[in-house]
Design a binder for this molecule. Structure first.
Ligand SMILES: CC(=O)[C@@H](O)[C@H](O)COP(=O)(O)O
Ligand SMILES: NCC(=O)COP(=O)(O)O
Length: 237
């Protein structure tokens, strides 16, 4: 079975745009779990433009499914993760000024640094996952540094699939097969959506977890908007 972890960054983006506490990210996390999500993902960035470090602390006691915290392991992020002790930490090599995550780790070049970081998290009982492009050398590198899982960076698949190029799945299938052989768990994320998730799942052996945010929240707006407009119209009669 593949677990769905809902990334709630976008809920924080909406909240921050007004300065109050609507929508409430903790309540949202509680609700998605009530609706069946098997995990909650946050990706606090150092500029706290969406999820804040304090949100991550507040969520700890309310996430009773899998809590996945993603980010670049700078000191402040490491301290936060060691304090909160989520189920899983996903290491992402994102630059502070990046609009969103845009590349996986080079697990070979960063071997010493990543080994140290992963060893530290694992010694505190936190499962580790490393965000990588679907490149076999990077999967081998993930094994060497001791990561429990890889998170396959799916932006290239999502983009190509939306253009009708189903062959774009191939490197992802191969990366998953190698991960399975090496005993590394396989997660995936970035731009996965209702349009592409079924095809992706069917072609990725041993897919343990997907984290989905941007599309899932956008789709929720579209799928909910008719109902809400009707509810306003009722009250305005
Ligand atoms: C690692 C990954 O692909 C997601 O966590 C993505 O980075 C979400 O972050 P933003 O919500 O800041 O785009
Ligand atoms: N790890 C990927 C994630 O959490 C969500 O990415 P996206 O669906 O917002 O692109």
């Amino acid at each position: 079975m593949t677990k769905l972890s809902v990334n709630i960054n976008k809920i924080a983006t909406l909240r921050n745009s007004r300065g109050g506490n609507t929508p409430n990210v903790v309540q949202f996390a509680k609700d998605v779990q009530r609706f069946g999500a098997q995990g909650v993902t946050v990706h606090p960035r150092p500029d706290e433009r969406h999820i804040r470090y304090q949100d991550t602390r507040d969520l700890k006691s309310e996430v009773y499914t899998e809590f996945n915290v993603e980010g670049n392991p700078v000191k402040s992020f490491m301290d936060l993760v060691l304090e909160v002790k989520p189920t899983q930490v996903t290491l992402v090599p994102d630059a502070v000024d990046a609009l969103t995550s845009n590349a996986g780790w080079d697990t070979i070049k960063n071997k010493a640094f990543l080994t140290e970081v992963i060893t530290e998290f694992k010694s505190h009982g936190i499962r580790t996952s490393i965000f990588v492009d679907p490149v076999l050398e990077m999967i081998e590198g993930a094994k060497i540094i001791g990561a429990d899982r890889v998170e396959l960076y799916t932006e290239s698949f999502a983009h190509q699939y939306s253009l009708g190029n189903e062959k774009a799945i191939k490197p992802f299938t191969k990366a998953a097969e190698l991960s399975n052989e090496l005993g590394i768990g396989v997660n995936a994320g970035h731009d996965l959506s209702l349009d592409n998730i079924k095809f992706f799942k069917e072609n990725i052996p041993g897919l343990l977890e997907v984290s989905i945010g941007h599309a899932l929240i956008s789709e929720s707006l579209y799928l909910g908007i008719e109902n809400v407009v009707q509810m306003y119209l009722q009250r305005l009669k």
